[in-house]
Ligand binder design. Structure first.
Ligand code: PGA
Length: 253
């Protein structure tokens, strides 16, 4: 792990009504409120953001959105803007998740537009990248991830970059129960760190946090977190249960 505060985020995806979200956060807070070794983020669906915002207010737990559109407002039916996310109390927003790329046709260029829009409103992006199984088997992981990083992070103001989080999520490990081995994850994290080094100065490169995501569980988090370039985790399924997410957050105990 690099010399920065690790960040562990729960991506709830399209799970939890606002009533269930309230139960989950109420159960989670007492389990993680003393976890000062890392930053904790929960990313509920849009409909539960207000409810969760009230509960995490004045606690160390931060709120995140799962997506946004790149305009402030307008005739974009079904979309949610950074201004709206900021107003309800979000600090982070996930962009470019592989499910968004796969089911909703998101592109690296679109992710770049979203990051710029988030910066305008003081929001911190969690930028997801990662290769599919076919791409890994074809030996193109390096090329795919390099292209994703170069385009998504193209032409960004350097003063905002240190607050930007990268999430390396191999698509074949998401929701499958198959985690990348710590060595496989570290290999791509080191590649990403090198790329950041080519694009930005040393201070930014070492401050930017790179999370691993893809079937992170209480029993594999420790081995992932000891890797040099793994600075946290983006957790899907295991974040839907307070106890399992808390065990992940408290990986140091
Ligand atoms: P998972 O999801 O932990 O359920 O594999 C991770 C993610 O998609 O962010």
């Amino acid at each position: 792990m690099a010399e920065c505060t690790p960040i562990i985020a729960g991506n709830w995806k399209m799970f939890k009504t606002s009533v269930k979200a309230k139960d989950l956060v109420s159960a989670l807070l007492p389990l993680v409120e003393k976890s000062s070794h890392c930053q904790v983020v929960v990313c509920p669906p849009f409909t539960a953001l207000c409810e969760v915002a009230t509960l995490v207010d004045s606690t160390p737990v931060c709120l995140g959105g799962q997506n946004c559109y790149h305009e402030d407002e307008g005739a974009f039916t079904g979309e949610v803007s950074p201004v709206m996310l900021k107003e309800v109390g979000c600090e982070f927003v996930i962009v470019g998740h592989s499910e968004r790329r796969h089911y909703f046709g998101e592109t690296n260029e679109g992710v770049n537009r979203k990051i710029k829009a988030l910066y305008l409103h003081g929001l911190k992006p969690i930028v997801c990248v990662g290769e599919t199984l076919e791409q890994r088997k074809a030996g193109s992981t390096t090329d795919v991830v390099t292209e994703q990083i170069r385009i998504c992070l193209n032409d960004l103001p350097s003063e905002k970059l240190t607050d930007t989080v990268i999430a390396y999520e191999p698509v074949w490990a998401i929701g499958t129960g198959v985690t990348a081995t710590p060595e496989q994850a570290q290999e791509v994290h080191a590649l990403i760190r090198n790329l950041l080094g080519e694009m930005f100065d040393d201070e930014i490169t070492s401050a930017m946090r790179i999370q691993y995501g893809g079937s992170v569980k209480p029993d594999n988090i420790k081995d992932l977190m000891v890797q040099e370039d793994i600075d946290g985790a983006l957790v899907g399924g295991a974040s839907l249960d307070a106890e399992s997410f808390a065990r992940i957050v408290n990986y140091n105990q």
